[in-house]
Ligand binder design. Structure first.
Ligand code: BTN
Length: 253
């Protein structure tokens, strides 16, 4: 399949996910993509909001329909596609995934994924916010220590992997949101149709939490990878095993 035809871009809108949902409910075809330069009501996971300075992030929503059993692992497939797109846009970086689908660069959040689906009507909207060229002081104060940007955030764009590039490598320019959208569309098209084993293997190879101490409202332990349905496995201090579902818990590190 292909994402990006049709492609609707808004200079300013409330939320690309909200626009994509309205389009899909009005019959928009699979592959429809909505992007925006700026959102006034960007949505994040677990009821949070999502904001970014105008023109400095990819704000992207794509329509996937119809849904079938291959899409059960969609929440794992999407961040893999985001990692691959980001790594092509900024050669030399390596992205990891913080369960279930945050994309991390150098231990900071580079991108978030919000999938809104109506399985009974056979569609999903895949929302991605990817920080492209946000300077550290442009993030809200509470995110300054934990957010990354592909370009413009001192840490994210100059991590250890980048330093290992040859000294002659030309400086890369920040991609425009349109370039980033095209790249993401290509990688998404591949990963939404990938088979389970491939998705699980790729996700596990980018697992940022494995072996780390994590806690949530009702417990804590060592992250121990994901099971084949994408739930997080955790090993408690007394040897007990926990299985956490993505919708249920908010992790602390
Ligand atoms: C998260 O909480 O990590 C998910 C954030 C997802 C944000 C993106 S920005 C484009 C799309 N439109 C929205 O309203 N949300 C998603």
């Amino acid at each position: 399949m292909r994402f990006g035809a049709p492609h609707r871009h808004y200079r300013l809108t409330d939320s690309t996910n909200a626009r994509a949902r309205a389009l899909v409910e009005a019959g928009a075809p699979r592959g429809t993509v909505v992007t925006a330069g700026e959102q006034t009501a960007g949505r994040g996971r677990q009821g949070r909001s999502w904001s970014a300075p105008p023109g400095k992030a990819l704000l992207y929503s794509a329509v996937l329909r119809p849904l079938d059993e291959r899409h059960l692992l969609l929440p794992l497939a999407v961040p893999i596609a985001v990692c691959e797109a980001a790594e092509l846009l900024q050669p030399g970086i390596e992205c990891r995934i913080k369960w279930p689908n945050d994309v991390w660069l150098d231990e900071r959040k580079l991108a978030g994924v919000l999938i809104e689906a109506k399985p009974q009507d056979g569609w999903a909207v895949i929302g991605v916010g990817l920080n492209l060229s946000i300077a550290p002081n442009e993030f809200p104060p509470d995110l300054r220590e934990t957010a990354a940007s592909l370009f413009g955030s001192g840490k994210g764009s100059r991590g250890k992997d980048r330093r290992s590039l040859p000294a002659v490598a030309p400086p890369t320019l920040p991609p425009t949101p349109l370039t980033a959208a095209r790249s993401l569309s290509r990688h998404l098209a591949r990963w939404v149709e990938a088979d389970r084993d491939e998705i699980l293997a790729a996700w596990r190879s980018r697992d940022a939490l494995r072996g780390r101490e994590i806690s949530w409202r009702n417990g804590s332990g060592l992250a121990d990878g994901i099971d084949d349905s994408g739930d997080l496995l955790v090993l408690g201090a007394g040897g007990e095993r926990f299985v956490l579902g993505a919708g249920e818990v908010h992790l602390r590190l």
